[in-house]
Design a protein around this ligand. Structure first.
Ligand code: GLU
Length: 420
């Protein structure tokens, strides 16, 4: 994340500002608008964890349930040293709009724990995960609020959490959490769903823009779940030529294109993509400004800001990350004709397959992989075109268009329920 500049970079203030813009276009009445600006419920927890050296370390965690008008709240859980209540609030708001834009019957939520998982052992991570569920367990459940993986959390962590929840309840309720390992109630296709959904929206963008994506040069910022599968599937499904990728330590570039399997193996061995044989090391900042057709921000929030937006040369920005672009940057990209596939549309594949996982858990009957892919494709393609059409109709940039679609869907149910 760039250092704080004149532009306001508090993600929750950004989320509220984005909503305010949509509320004005939709002419939402004041009560409705105010209700949608705030989380419905928040829980802050304090988690004592026995560390391997025998000491007790106390961690802080959050769970924010933003809006449950359309169904149980849904959203991932991040383990990150820079987590704050405001990042979690923003991410919970974006989950609300994300579930609405792909039209799945869920509200939005998010969780976070302030910790550095890179410095913790597996045993410490397990005890932290279980401690979180002992506190947050009272407000989650298949019909209430369902966590999932996000930055620095994974299927093993989901398995520990589902197990701890089973002890709280006295029986297995695997649908309390998604992104679980497949033998423990996970869904086929959940692992790469975020990137796969994003690649489906990129495919559709290529069609409406008349851009041939086969061989299109691509740079990927971030090499976690979303970024690394974005590399693999961008190559496999669309034939993109991925010339640059990066992680928190830096990036690599080669005009001949990077082989995904080899980069993944290198990162596994060395801990980073940097130093990849035959490629040139570059910075994350340089990667974002490369002269490529496709840019995929796939790491954290606030990477495309007022400071660097003028220098973005990509034709399409595929936002696999949550919140990568600030409102000022959005205006600049729009003015410069960069086609942005906004985060809560672009990366909604993850929560869409999480929803499929909840459905499968609820009736204890599991779908084959090709059915998951087919249903995911249908959801993402429909959502993409709804947003693209709204952008044309309102002469708005795609993020505002996505807000118009999503906020109207949530507001409609809030009205029907008589809340505002
Ligand atoms: N953490 C992912 C997201 O931001 C997935 C959420 C989920 O599956 O509930 O969309």
């Amino acid at each position: 994340m760039p250092s704080e500049s004149k532009e306001k970079l508090n993600p929750f203030h950004i989320a509220q500002q984005q909503l305010d813009e949509a509320a004005e276009v939709l002419k939402l009445d004041a009560g409705m608008h105010e209700l949608l600006r705030w989380p419905i419920r928040e829980l802050t927890v304090t988690l004592p964890v026995k560390m391997d050296d025998g000491t007790t370390k106390v961690f802080r965690g959050f769970r924010v349930q933003y809006n449950d008008a359309r169904g149980p709240t849904k959203g991932g859980l991040r383990f990150h040293p820079d987590e704050t209540i405001d990042t979690v609030r923003a991410l919970a708001a974006w989950m609300t709009w994300k579930c609405a834009v792909v039209d799945i019957p869920l509200g939005g939520s998010k969780g976070g724990i302030i910790c550095n998982p890179k410095e913790m052992s597996q045993g410490e991570l397990e005890r932290l995960s279980r401690a979180y569920i002992r506190q947050v367990g009272r407000i989650i459940g298949l019909e209430m609020d369902v966590p999932a993986p996000d930055v620095y959390t994974n299927p093993q962590i989901m398995a520990w959490m589902a197990d701890e929840f089973a002890f709280l309840k006295g029986y297995n309720e695997f649908g309390v959490i998604t992104g679980k390992p497949i033998p423990m109630g996970g869904s086929a296709g959940r692992g790469d769903a975020t990137a796969r959904g994003g690649i489906f929206t990129l495919r559709e963008a290529g069609k409406v823009l008349g851009i041939d994506l086969k061989g299109a040069t691509t740079a990927i910022q971030g090499y976690g779940n979303a970024g690394s599968f974005g590399h693999a599937l961008g190559d496999e499904l669309l034939g993109l030529k991925i010339v640059a990728v990066s992680d928190s330590r830096g990036g690599i570039y080669t005009e001949d294109g990077l082989d995904c399997e080899k980069v993944v193996a290198h990162k596994k061995k060395t801990g980073s993509v940097i130093g990849f044989p035959g490629a040139k090391d570059i910075t994350n900042e340089e990667l974002l400004e490369l002269d490529v057709t496709v840019l995929m921000p796939a790491a954290l929030e606030n990477v495309i800001t007022a400071e660097n937006a003028e220098n973005i040369k990509a034709k399409i920005s595929v936002e696999l990350a949550n919140g990568p672009t600030t409102p000022e940057a959005d205006q600049i990209l729009h003015k410069n004709g960069v086609y942005v596939i906004p985060d809560f549309l672009c990366n909604a594949g993850g929560v869409t397959v999480s929803y499929f996982e909840m459905v499968q858990n609820a009736y204890d009957y599991y779908w084959p992989l090709d059915l998951v892919h087919e249903r995911l494709d249908a959801k993402m393609t429909a959502a993409f075109h709804t947003v693209h059409d709204a952008a044309q109709k309102h002469k708005a940039h795609n993020r505002l268009a996505a807000y118009l679609v999503a906020v109207e869907r949530v507001a409609e149910v809030v009205r029907l329920r008589g809340w505002a």
